[in-house]
Design a binder for this molecule. Structure first.
Ligand SMILES: Cc1ncc(COP(=O)(O)O)c(C=O)c1O
Length: 396
C-alpha cells in the first residue's frame, strides 16, 4: 500500500471526542442492547407530510429537476425565504442579492471561514460551541480566541473581556442563540445591540447562527439579528431547515445579509458545489409557505421533554435549568462525578446503562463538567432514561 500523509490541516483539528462514543454506540446496537440515543441533535420527529409530498411529486412528475440545480438557490426558493423572513421577523431582504442557499448551515459556516480567513486571522468563538464554529476556523488556518460561556453570565459571552488587541485582529465573531449546546436564549436584546456595536467598532463580521430560531417555548420569540439597527452593515445570519422542519437529512439551509458580505462565500461555493437538489429546494419552499402550526406543535413537544428531563435530573443531583428554547439539556455533572470528567462519564453511562449523551468537553474546554442531552426520542423513553441516570448516579 502506498503511504501518503494527509494534509497538515487535518492534524491541526482537535481530537474528535465523539469518536469513541460513536464506536461504543455502534457496538451496543450490534449487540441488540436497549440503547437510548440522546447524543446527536438529530430530530426524531418526521418531516411534515406536505413537504414530503412536494418532494415526491417533484421527483416523479417534474423530470427536468434531475438537472443541475441553481447553485445559489432557485429564485423561487430565495424569494420564499425573503417573504418568510419578512413575515417572521419583519426584516426586508432582496432575494436577488441577499440570500444564498446552503447544503445545510454547517456547510455554509465551514466555507464562510474558508472564504474569509487567511492563515493567522483571529476569530472570536464561544466556548462551548457547536463544533463547526471552531473546526471551520482551524481548517481555514485561522486562530481562535475563545469567549467563555459561563453559567454566572447565563451562558452569554462577555464582550468586555475580549482584549482590544485581539478584537483589532479579529475578522469574524460567531454567536448562536438559542444556543447549542447550553440551551441558553438571549432574553435582553441589548446583548444583540452590544454585539453589533462591538463588531462595528472593530470591523468584525458578526455571524449569527440562528439554527434554533423556531425551537422556542411559550411566549419567547427568538429575533433575527436584522431586527436591530445597523446589523446589515456587519452581520450575516445562518438558518437551517434541519430542526425547524425536521429536515436534517435533506441537507438544506440558507445564509442572508448584505450582498457585499455574502459575496466571498457565494464566490467560494461557486467553485465547489452545485447546490441543493431542486426537489429539496421545492420541499423547502413548501415548508416555508405552508402552515407553521407544525413548527409550534413540535416546539411544545421539545418543551415538554425538557421539563421532564430537567425536573428528573435536578432531583437526582444533576443540576440543570429549564430554558426558553432548543432541543437540548445542558446538565452539570454531580459532585461525585466531577473529577472523572465528562468524556469518561459519557462513555461509562453508555456502557453501563445504554443511554448515549454528548460529553460537554467535546464542545470546548469550558464545556467540561457538563453533558449535553438531546431531546430526540419518544416522550415515553425519557422516563426510562431518568431511571437509568438514577441507577448510574447512585452506583458511583
Ligand atoms: C448551532 C447549529 N448550527 C448549525 C447546525 C447545522 O445545521 P444544518 O443541519 O443546517 O447543517 C447545527 C446542528 O446541530 C447547530 O446546532
Amino acid at each position: 500500500m502506498i503511504k501518503i500523509k494527509p494534509s497538515k490541516k487535518l492534524d491541526s483539528l482537535p481530537p474528535y471526542l465523539f469518536t469513541k462514543i460513536n464506536h461504543l454506540k455502534l457496538e451496543a446496537y450490534a449487540k441488540n442492547l436497549d440503547v437510548i440515543d440522546l447524543s446527536m441533535g438529530n430530530p426524531d420527529m418526521p418531516t411534515p407530510h406536505h413537504v414530503v409530498d412536494v418532494m415526491c411529486d417533484t421527483v416523479k412528475n417534474h423530470t427536468k429537476t434531475h438537472r443541475y440545480p441553481q447553485a445559489k438557490g432557485m429564485p423561487k426558493y430565495r424569494k420564499v425565504i425573503t417573504e418568510w423572513m419578512g413575515r417572521r421577523f419583519g426584516v426586508e431582504l432582496d432575494y436577488q442579492t441577499e440570500v444564498l442557499s446552503l447544503v445545510g448551515s454547517k456547510e455554509g459556516i465551514a466555507h464562510l471561514c474558508m472564504s474569509y480567513l487567511n492563515p493567522g486571522d483571529y476569530v472570536l468563538v464561544c466556548d462551548p460551541a457547536y463544533p463547526v464554529h471552531f473546526n471551520g476556523v482551524i481548517l481555514a488556518g485561522g486562530k481562535i480566541h475563545s469567549m467563555p460561556l459561563l453559567i454566572e453570565n447565563n451562558f452569554l459571552p462577555d464582550f468586555s473581556k475580549i482584549p482590544a488587541a485581539v478584537a483589532r485582529k479579529a475578522k469574524i465573531m460567531f454567536l448562536n442563540y438559542p444556543n447549542n449546546p447550553t440551551a441558553a436564549c438571549v432574553e435582553d436584546n441589548n446583548f444583540w445591540k452590544e454585539a453589533i456595536k462591538f463588531c462595528k467598532k472593530y470591523n468584525i463580521l458578526l455571524v449569527s447562527d440562528n439554527a434554533y430560531s423556531e425551537v422556542t417555548f411559550g411566549d419567547y420569540v427568538a429575533p433575527s439579528i436584522f431586527e436591530f439597527a445597523g446589523a446589515k452593515d456587519v452581520a450575516l445570519e445562518f438558518h437551517s431547515f434541519s430542526k425547524t422542519f425536521n429536515m436534517a437529512g435533506w441537507r438544506i439551509g440558507w445564509v442572508c445579509g448584505a450582498k457585499q458580505l455574502l459575496y466571498p462565500l457565494e464566490k467560494f461555493k461557486s467553485f465547489l458545489d452545485y447546490g441543493v437538489p431542486t426537489f429539496i429546494q421545492l420541499g423547502a419552499v413548501a415548508a416555508l409557505n405552508g402552515s407553521q402550526k407544525c413548527v409550534r406543535e413540535q416546539a411544545a413537544i421539545y418543551e415538554r421533554r425538557m421539563i421532564k428531563m430537567v425536573d428528573g435530573l435536578n432531583k437526582i443531583g444533576w443540576k440543570t435549568r429549564q430554558t426558553k428554547g432548543t432541543m437540548y439539556v445542558w446538565a452539570a455533572l454531580p459532585e461525585n462525578l466531577k473529577k472523572e470528567g465528562s468524556l469518561s462519564v459519557a462513555e461509562r453511562l453508555l456502557q453501563e446503562t445504554g443511554v448515549v449523551v454528548s460529553p460537554g468537553v467535546g464542545f470546548g474546554s469550558c464545556g467540561e463538567g457538563y453533558i449535553r442531552i438531546a431531546l430526540v426520542t419518544h416522550d415515553k423513553r425519557f422516563h426510562d432514561a431518568l431511571l437509568r441516570f438514577k441507577q448510574f448516579t447512585k452506583g458511583k
